[in-house]
Design a protein around this ligand. Structure first.
Ligand code: G4P
Length: 533
């Protein structure tokens, strides 16, 4: 590798920003995503993301479910440039049924933007997602949305963030007014007001921003003397009362920079984006690195497999987060699990939901590789010196059901469908010891995954099934001496199954059952993951 090449890789990696938006449904994630694309120049008039999405729905059976339920089941990635930065925005599913997908997506992000509705504050889904980000030590940026509506007092919201989530907050800017009187934000570092002017647009185009200072007649004219005095008092209070700003604490996930705005009207989007790209870490600046991202050799891991995005082709994409070096189309790399060389063909990138073929990509980027069944979630691929990424979260299922097929002649299709969906990580498949495959049991982390399973088995594999719920809440693999299967089968609060690799796994009726068994069998370990993983 020449010096020039190494320099080029370092430079490319440094300008990557890879993040996800976390929020409770309805806080405005779709709207915010669209506005980020607008400011990134990836779309020209806001409004097109939704209509494109609608067009996609029309051609995709699978998406019908999303449409019926008004939710986003799948998650993908959008790439767009902003200034000198290359941004990868990972889309997390927004529905309330929390899935493994969301966790894995966050494993591929270097930062998170927490979107909060000013009227509602920190909502349950935000809190759950926040905790995952916390565990991963991700830097978290807060955007308080819907300032064009009357909402809660901003100081009260900051207090809620600190108390409920246990993270310090630092307002980078401060709202000037709220609801109809929302005129702009006070930029604390620049000591200036940014006054927004929609120019009569309704959020389809960028807003004009006029800068003003506290002694500028423009600000007095815009706000009037009473409101101006209030702003002066608020600014003073913030400066004496709040936490100190520290970029180091932001990068460590200990302090969240807070921004105010309205995604719908575009007010506050630009000041947010400008500060975000500066403060969020590039892949070379994240705190916990498993590999040097600027090393020239390519490496990455599969965090998501998504089938049938285009039912006409029945194709399947493996989404890979690049962890180091440069990716080139058709390059050879090693699949760590099988210790064999594979060709990385047909790479795709997502630009505002259109697929394009990528020629090259760098650490921080996400690419989708055509997957004929090669990849599994959590797979590492690399060139050069061996690396293995083991940090992809796995979860034990909490919902279980027996799969009953209506038409016995469709059993083959059912088996194929269940196998493929299990490979995708959408569900887990179990067998009952002593009984045949006729009694397949499926497990999922969220109830919604069952609905998706039923729907996809019918649409994609032509297998109509009933799912008969099994009333168990926990599943644990067993490790240790002296495990006697029969004992666990005799009691009605446990049930023994076999996983895909024929390891025994025990279902427990509830918390009590799990704790009771832990007490009864001190020599056994009940593990949320298969032993040895
Ligand atoms: P989500 O992806 O987080 O679920 O939220 P989404 O963007 O779909 O927004 C949810 C609703 O909130 C939408 O209204 C959207 O227009 C509105 N919204 C988003 N940002 C803002 C904002 O800054 N201010 C105000 N006032 N509203 C906002 P809807 O009526 O459900 O849909 P639509 O008819 O507007 O499309």
């Amino acid at each position: 590798m020449s010096d020039a090449n190494a320099k080029k890789i370092a430079k490319e990696v440094h300008r990557r920003r890879t993040f996800a938006i976390i929020s409770h449904p309805d806080a405005g994630k779709t709207t915010m995503t669209e506005k980020l694309l607008l400011y990134g120049g990836a779309i020209h008039l806001a409004g097109s993301v939704k209509s494109r999405r609608a067009a996609k729905h029309a051609v995709s059976d699978w998406m019908e479910l999303e449409q019926q339920r008004g939710i986003s089941v799948t998650s993908s990635v959008l790439q767009f440039p902003y200034k000198n930065y290359a941004i990868n925005l990972l889309d997390t599913p927004g529905h309330a049924d929390f899935s493994e997908d969301t966790y894995r997506t966050l494993a591929a992000a270097d930062a998170a933007v927490m979107l909060i509705d000013v009227a509602k504050g920190v909502e349950p889904q935000t809190e759950k997602l926040f905790k995952v980000c916390r565990m991963r030590k991700l830097p978290i940026f807060t955007f308080v949305n819907k300032m064009d509506r009357e909402g809660r007092n901003p100081l009260e919201l900051l207090e809620e963030i600190e108390n409920l989530l246990g993270i310090k907050s630092y307002p980078i800017n401060w709202p000037i007014g709220m609801g109809k009187a929302f005129k702009g934000v006070w930029d604390r570092a620049g000591q200036k007001a940014l006054l927004f002017d929609s120019g009569g647009h309704h959020g389809e185009a960028r807003v004009d921003i006029k800068e003003s200072t506290l002694d500028d007649p423009l600000l007095l004219n815009t706000l009037g003397p009473v409101r101006l005095q209030e702003l002066k008092d608020e600014v003073e209070l913030l400066d004496i009362a709040g936490d100190e700003f520290s970029l180091e604490q932001v990068r460590n996930g200990e302090l969240t920079p807070v921004f105010f705005g309205s995604a719908m009207t575009n007010f506050g989007i630009e000041p947010f984006l400008e500060a975000f790209v500066e403060m969020a870490p590039g892949p070379d600046e994240v705190r916990v690195k498993q590999v040097d991202p600027t090393r020239p050799e390519f490496s990455g891991f599969v965090f998501k497999i998504q089938a049938n995005m285009n039912p006409a082709h029945r194709d399947r994409l493996a989404f890979i987060r690049i962890m180091s070096g440069r990716f080139e189309r058709d390059m050879q790399a090693k699949l760590a699990r099988e210790n064999r060389q594979i060709k990385l063909a047909y790479p795709q990138t997502m630009m505002a939901q259109d697929r394009e073929t990528v020629e090259e990509a760098y650490a921080g980027d996400i690419i989708g590789l055509y997957d004929p069944g090669t990849f599994r979630i959590g797979d590492t691929i690399y060139t050069g010196e061996a690396v293995e990424f083991t940090d992809i979260p796995r979860f034990s299922p909490e919902h279980f059901a027996i799969v009953e097929i209506k038409d016995a002649l469709k059993r083959k299709q059912l088996t194929k469908g269940l196998d493929q969906l299990a490979e995708e990580g959408a569900i887990q498949v179990f067998k009952q010891p002593y009984l045949g495959e006729k009694d397949t049991i499926v497990g999922a982390v969220g109830q919604l995954q069952f609905e998706v399973l039923k729907f996809r088995l019918e649409k994609e594999y032509n297998a109509v099934v009933q799912l008969r719920p099994l009333l168990f809440q926990h599943a644990r693999w067993v490790d240790g001496e002296g495990f006697e299967q029969q004992k666990f089968e005799r009691q009605d609060y446990t049930k023994v199954l076999l996983d895909r690799d024929d390891n025994p796994i025990i279902l427990f009726r509830n918390d009590w059952a799990l704790n009771y068994c832990k007490g009864q069998y001190p020599d056994l370990r009940f593990l949320p993951n298969p032993p040895g993983t």
